[in-house]
Structures are given as C-alpha cells and as structure tokens.
Design a protein around this ligand. Sequence first.
Ligand code: HEM
Length: 410
Amino acid sequence: MEVLKRGLMLLMVFIVLQRGEGQLSENFYRNTCPNLEFIVRQEVSIKFSQTFVTIPATLRLFFHDCFVEGCDASVMISSPNGDAEKDSADNLSLAGDGFDTVIKAKQAVERQCPGIVSCADILALAARDVVVLAGGPSWEVELGRRDGLRSQASSVAGNLPEPGFNLAQLNTIFARNNLTQFDMISLSGAHTVGFSHCNRFANRLYSFSSSSPVDPTLDSNYAQQLMQACPRNVDPSIAINMDPETPRSFDNVYYQNLVSGKGLFTSDQVLFSDQASQPTVNDFARNPGNFNGAFITAMRKLGRVGVKTGNEGQIRIDCTREVNEKFVKDLSVMGRDLGESSTSTTTQMLTLCNLRTSSLYDCLWRIVKIGSWRSWLDSLSGVNGLRICELRSSSVSMAAAVPVIMTLCS
Ligand code: HEM
C-alpha cells in the first residue's frame, strides 16, 4: 500500500512537471535574443502612437489566448476555413489592433532573432507593455512559452466568462485555470480601459426582470447615460467606454465605479454586490497600490496557464500560421546535404513553410519544372510580406534535391 502511495505521488509530480507550468523564466532569451524586450516595447509604442485601441485590444487578446488551450498564441492562428479560435462567436469582438500589435512586434523580433522567440511570449510581453503605456504597473514577464499547434473554434465555447455571469460562475471558470477569486477580481480591473458593444449589457437597461426592466444595482444616472449611448436596437457596431470616468488610464477607478453602481457588466457589478467579493473591491477602490500588486501577481499567474515548454509546440515564424513541420524536417535534411550551416538562411527558408507546400521536394521540382522559378518564388514570398533578396542555385542538376538557397528580406 505504502509503495503504491509513493508511486502515485511520484506520478503526480511527474504529471505536474510534464504540464510545463513553472518552467518559464524571466531571462529565457538572455543569450539568444538579448534585445527582445526593447524590440517589443518599441513596436508596441509605435502601434500605440497610431491608435489607443492597441492597449485594450492587446490586453484582452492575451486573456482570451490563455483561457483557451493555454497561453500559446493559438488565438492568433488564421484558418482558411474560418474555423480557428479567433473565428468563434466569443472571439469575433477581439479588436484587430491587438493581433496587429503582436504581428508587427514578431516581425521586428524575427529581423534580429530569426526563429527564436514564440508568438506566445511576444503576446505576454506586449500585454505588459500596454498596461505600462496606459499608466499601469510594470512587472517582469516570465518567458519560454512555445506556440500551440491547435486552434479550433469549437474549443472556445464554455472556456471564456460571459458578461452575465454571477460570482460563483466567475470563480468556477477562473479556478479551472488555477486562478483564485482574488486573482479574478484583480484581473477584472483590466476593464479600466477599453470598449464594449451595447449588446453585451443591453439586458441590464431594457429587460432585466419582469418587475424591473433596469438592473437595480445600476446607478440610475449611469443607467440613463447608457440608455442614451445605447438606445434599443442600436447599430451593433456601436461600442462605449467600459470605465466612464478615466477610460484611457489603467487605474483603480474601475473599483471606485463598482462601489458607486457604475459597473458595466453584471460580471463587474456583482464583484461589489456579492458580500463575498465586496471587501476586496472596497480595498482596491481605496488603495491603488494593493490593486497594482494584486494585478501583477494575477497577470504572472495568468501567463502560466497551460503553457507549452521544452519541445512541445513550436516557434512560429508568422504568428498567424503554423509552421509545416514536415517541411521543416525536409529543410534541415537539405541543409545538412548542402553543408549549409547558416541557421538564418534556414530560418528564412522556413518562412516558406507556411505556404502549405506538402514537401520540400515537391517544391523544388516545381521550381525546376517551371524554369522561371524566380517569378514563382516572388509570388509565393508575397504571402509573408517578404521578398526574395537572394536566390542561388549551386547546381543545375535535375536530381530530386536541387540545392537552392533562398534568402528572404522584409
Ligand atoms: C471576469 C470576467 C470577464 C468577462 C465576463 C469579460 C467580458 C468582456 C466583454 C463582454 C467585453 C466587451 C467586448 C465587446 O463588446 O467588444 C470585454 C472587454 C474587455 N475585456 Fe473583459 N471580461 C472578463 C475579464 C477580463 C480579463 C481577465 C481581462 C484581461 C486581463 C479582460 C480584458 C478586457 C479588455 C481590455 C476589454 C476591452 C477590449 C477592447 O476595447 O477592445 N477582461 N470583456
């Protein structure tokens, strides 16, 4: 019996280790991409100078990524069939500027550290950077996540919280991701920035219950204001600020709003109206330092949810597409055949893996057969926003493995 118990314990430790949690580290890229944080911060700032939406969009994207399949940038994958995570009903309101921020940062990172840094890590860094840009706290981001290989619209339903949730429902869904009620209240503070479409809370204004069409926990002036901004049957594209007081600052005013009945969603207001969570809301409303500290802890915990590490997943080159592993394998074999030691050439060639070529040899045969391979490759390279700056063939042989070296530049 004792032996069995010990065996079980060991198995559990093994499973926990296998899950990859706790294997992230703040200096994961110290030797392989020392400028990473600087590059990401710079790209996020450029994007922010173009639109404020960068801030809420990136922060929410991180949350939606982590709650479905873990923090693995699976939310960023585009599927030609429209059946990826981002295509699910719950994700259709993710603002494009969040995706764009990560895509631009990744492109800048690829220029200096090709094939090294995951999209999942870039999203985690960008989420921290946008909070800082809005005046919120800063923290060290743990790194070492790998990008996921699965992104399915069907995995989303039931894994993200709904604006109509009560405290128990919120706690349940956060607990599934190793986050406590305290973490959940802290992370809800992200609603201090950003926008919501009217349909996400219209029930609180027009059809709350048979005895009271307006939700009685809503401050009556705020309810009037919301009705003006969101009349019945309003254009579904209309969105309003979630924090009516300081919509562009990352601050604790969100909690002060809850205390005065100005929480936009049921899931916001319930944090104050339920006695079990009210003391935390009161504390955060009074003490910005407590909120900041709790938000940092919760964001770091959120960043560990279901992460893939080691040799799980992959490092995507283009955050919106999986790298074709078969092609990568072929390339490395070809690299060896050629005695090609430059990893950057190989990585740049990997960019072409995204072109859904079934095998390297098919690809090379087409190059040879078409004859004018230059224009064929030019048309392919456009897909990734890259162009071919060098193309050389060290042989004119028609053998299966024609050694062609392509170098792509952005
Ligand atoms: C607690 C449960 C949560 C619920 C029920 C919830 C629900 C929502 C809903 C319905 C919207 C409006 C979407 C729209 O109409 O476009 C929204 C926006 C937003 N949420 Fe949450 N959310 C929750 C937690 C979080 C967390 C944990 C974060 C981040 C840490 C977050 C960050 C945001 C941001 C920044 C926006 C604004 C997005 C933008 O302006 O593009 N939310 N949320």
